[in-house]
Design a protein around this ligand. Structure first.
Ligand SMILES: [Ca+2]
Ligand SMILES: [Ca+2]
Ligand SMILES: [Ca+2]
Ligand SMILES: [Ca+2]
Length: 396
């Protein structure tokens, strides 16, 4: 291939390239506008970046864009526009311009107390002092006339979110602190300050529960945390909830900032469940301290005889530092295994209490007998609170 042929082949490409440089692609312009997110909530802060090397007029100084006549930057929500808005160069010769605008939402009661909690306003001229009112749905458009007759625009969505709530663990034992998290970006009402919301926490033993504050984990997180402790001996108060082992725990948050198709005035209860458990396994909660055959005065009988009024006497101990309902069951079997006596006592033991129990027994036949002692939560629930005790006696 000689030089002439090469030039003939390349010529159309060279012409095309020159043409492309002269006419910017309006749909994919060279100076694009970027935002730090695509979807914002109503009180978010929007970080804006425009890459426009041709606006780096002074290679040794910080330039700005947006306020020059004919080349304004405008930031608009549905019916309100902030203009002109100035962005400044990140470095002396970066050709990258940045700024921030904080959305201020609209008047709305976010916690159902009848009073609005927002402060909608539109003000500022950039690069970081801008505030702009916005509606629940819709968007924000940023526009910049970067060359004569060429306007770049970038639109982002504004939307509310359905909140989420969760206990950090599926169960909690007596000495633990429970952490409850709520994520609702819409409640980050001030992106430069710590916000808070209210959460209701309840147990089976205290169905009304407590109202606690969940505090935003950082200025701009929209993530809220509350911590609560448990009590088995005092009424709920502050961040302490009355709960008994085996209770269900419930955490509830009322979201008053719901996306469409909910209406703006709707609210929705969002809830999460956990479990309150004892750190003592059920079978170890009560101990049978002793069990023996006694006379009607409670004195030990070493050689019991038939046709005598006997007592099966014993002591049980509550190993927990809270109350426990129980049923104490005595079953007596003769040597062939037939049940000759079945009786029970129901009661409630206070924390770490010793409890004396006795059941009368009047054997009519001599022989070998087995006395079985059970301790359950109740006759209907029949969860064992102690291992079964089996004792053998010979009745003369
Ligand atoms: Ca510069
Ligand atoms: Ca309110
Ligand atoms: Ca905040
Ligand atoms: Ca919400």
């Amino acid at each position: 291939m000689n030089l002439i042929e090469l030039v003939l082949i390349l010529a159309p490409l060279l012409v095309f390239n020159a043409y492309a440089e002269d006419l910017p692609d309006y749909y994919n312009p060279y100076a694009p506008i970027f935002t730090d997110k695509e979807v914002y909530t109503w009180t978010d802060k929007i970080g804006i970046t425009i890459v426009a090397p041709s606006w780096d007029a002074n290679k040794y100084g910080i330039d700005s864009i947006g306020t020059q006549e004919g080349h304004l930057i405008k930031i608009s929500s549905a019916d309100i526009t902030l203009e002109p808005y100035k962005l400044t160069e990140t470095e002396t010769s970066s050709g990258i311009f940045t700024g921030e605008v904080t959305l201020t939402g609209f008047l709305h009661d976010v916690d159902g107390d009848g009073r609005p909690d927002t402060n909608p306003m539109t003000s500022g001229s950039g690069p970081t002092n801008g505030f702009l009112e916005t509606q629940r749905d819709g968007g924000i458009t940023i526009s910049f006339e970067f060359a004569d007759g060429v306007v770049l625009t970038k639109s982002v969505k504004v939307s509310w979110n359905v909140g989420e709530i969760r206990f950090m663990k599926s169960d909690y034992s007596i000495d633990e602190t429970a952490i409850i998290q709520v994520i609702d970006l819409d409640m980050n009402l001030n992106p430069e300050g710590i916000d808070q919301i209210e959460v209701n926490i309840s147990s089976d033993s205290d169905a009304a529960g407590i109202l606690v504050k969940a505090i935003e984990t950082s200025e701009n997180s929209g993530l809220f945390e509350a911590s609560i402790s448990f009590t088995q001996s005092q009424p709920s108060s502050g961040n302490r909830l009355f709960a008994m082992p085996d209770d269900s725990l419930q955490a509830k948050y009322d979201d008053h900032t719901l996306p469409s198709p909910y209406s703006i005035s709707d609210n929705l209860e969002i809830s999460s469940e956990s479990k309150f458990v004892s750190n003592i396994p059920p079978i170890e909660r009560i101990s049978i301290v002793n069990s023996f055959i006694a006379d009607s005065s409670g004195n030990l009988i070493s050689a019991p005889t038939r046709n005598e009024q006997l007592q099966i006497a014993g002591t049980v101990h509550n190993n927990q530092n809270y109350e426990q309902n129980f049923v104490f069951i005595i079953q007596i079997k003769e040597s062939e295994g037939a049940v000759v006596s079945l009786s029970w006592i129901e009661g409630q033991m206070s924390a770490n209490q010793n409890f004396e129990v006795s059941q009368s027994w009047n054997p009519v036949k001599a022989g070998n007998y087995t006395v079985e002692t059970f301790v359950w939560t109740s006759l209907s629930e029949s969860i064992p609170l102690s291992p079964i005790l089996r004792q053998s006696y010979f009745i003369q």
